[in-house]
Design a protein around this ligand. Structure first.
Ligand code: HGY
Ligand code: MN
Ligand code: MN
Ligand code: MN
Length: 428
């Protein structure tokens, strides 16, 4: 349906920038690493405090709050026709080690400020509006990205996997969830699943995490598709031994096998034929990790993505072949090659894209269509609802590092653009 006239003017909507900036700054203090970095890992004490902070704002905004078995948090503003599927918006507030204070946070606190601005203006929604804070968008603790939204989208394999998933300290997913007040009885996590059609639209506001909008001086990015992410865990085993006494010809060094595979990842990605293929070895651990002991074990975690799923899968296949060849040549054991996730890309909904283009025009904001190379909870929300994403510029495209920054003006532009489709779809 066609977006209605821009009603935000008639509602004299305005963003309370000071309070929004203050909330972003306060939330960033709940961190396990010193400012300006932010570290807030799933179910950690700081994550629990962050969750309480968000629920407090939801309560103050008069939203009814529900939490599911893994801690996805839903703040709902009941509409006059509450039986209709609601309009939803939201993002995440967990943060990888030594990251920044805007990734995800802008989409949660910005959503709550949009609700408050709508309330201040006297707007009354027809469809209910729901703000979602998704559990664990980042893969840091259990190696699973978008854990909360992946479950909401109905992943049976994930329910099975979580039963035997442990973190780096050998704490099980369920013990960690229980320590944060969730999944008390080992309840069946399929209670988290949501049906297709649960929402009439889902819109996520997020920093671009790339340099395009800032380079081009464009205020709003309207996401047309989200790239297809995949992650792989690899373990090699050798005999190890004394760094002085074992001569080179008789070594089978698991550390060098890992190093060679990391370079093979780079090679296969660069040989893919497209600049859209990316690959990263962000984790590489050597055991026993002593300068004078030949690594007897190595563990790598590989992240590879592409907007073209087939091309990405070819790269994964080549990485696997390299791991087997390296193990053979170096006489080490390839003790594990585990594809943790190999997700398809997601396509934004045409009507939601149109609503966001309309909103940007009405608000006189420069805007452009673009793809998202980062993944988001929207990747999975697209499986149960028409999805759209709004990007705002961030400083030099920096993200996942303490220098991450977006101006409160850019954030306010994103909030205003978001409420237009929300308003329109709330009326649609
Ligand atoms: O890695 C990502 O794409 C997201 O920022 N977690
Ligand atoms: Mn992130
Ligand atoms: Mn994010
Ligand atoms: Mn010695």
């Amino acid at each position: 349906s066609e977006p209605h006239s821009c009603i935000s003017d008639s509602l004299s909507l305005s963003v309370d920038k000071d309070s929004l900036q203050k909330q972003i700054d306060e939330l960033s203090t709940f961190s396990d690493t010193p400012a300006p970095s932010v570290t807030r890992i799933l179910y950690s004490d700081k994550d629990v405090i962050g969750r309480r902070y968000i629920k407090n704002i939801m309560g103050l905004s008069g939203l009814s709050i529900r939490e599911d078995a893994v801690g996805n948090i839903f703040g709902r503003w009941e509409g006059s026709e509450a039986e209709l599927p609601p309009v939803a918006t939201g993002s995440h507030v967990d943060a990888i080690p030594y990251s920044g204070k805007y990734d995800g946070v802008v989409g949660v606190l910005g959503a709550l400020e949009a609700i408050n601005a709508l309330k201040r203006s006297g707007f009354k929604p027809k469809r209910s509006l729901e703000v979602i804070m998704f559990t664990s968008e980042e893969p840091t603790r259990f190696g699973i990205s978008c854990l909360g939204s992946r479950l909401m989208a109905g992943s049976e394999p994930l329910v099975r996997a979580l039963k035997e998933t442990v973190d780096g300290q050998n704490i099980s997913f369920f013990d960690a969830a229980r320590s944060a007040g969730y999944s008390k009885d080992q309840e069946d996590l399929s209670s988290v699943f949501m049906k297709k059609g649960s929402y009439s639209a889902f819109v996520e506001l997020h920093i671009e995490q790339g340099p395009i909008l800032e380079d081009e001086g464009v205020s709003i990015g309207i996401v047309t598709a989200i790239a297809a992410p995949a992650s792989i865990k690899v373990d090699f085993e050798g005999n190890g031994g004394h760094a002085g006494a074992v001569l080179m010809p008789s070594r089978n060094d698991a550390g060098l096998a890992a190093a060679e595979l990391a370079l093979a990842v780079e090679k296969h990605v660069l040989d893919s034929g497209s600049v859209d293929t990316v690959g990263t070895v962000g984790i590489m651990e050597l055991h026993p990790g002593a300068i004078n002991s030949i690594p007897s074990k190595s563990h790598l975690e590989i992240d590879t993505r592409d907007i073209d799923e087939k091309r990405r899968n070819t790269v994964i296949e080549r990485i696997h072949q390299s791991a087997i060849a390296i193990a053979k040549n170096r006489r080490v054991k390839l003790s594990d090659f585990k594809i943790v996730n190999q997700d398809p890309p997601a396509i934004s909904d045409k009507a939601v894209i149109k609503a966001m283009e309309f909103a940007s025009q009405q608000l006189n904001l420069s805007h452009r269509l673009m793809i998202s190379r980062a993944y988001h909870d929207s990747l999975f929300m697209a499986r149960i609802s028409p999805m759209g994403m709004i990007f705002i510029p961030c400083y030099k495209g920096y993200s996942h590092k303490p220098e991450e920054y977006s101006s409160i003006e850019d954030i306010a532009n994103g909030v205003k653009t978001k409420w237009e489709p929300t308003i329109n779809s709330a009326i649609w």
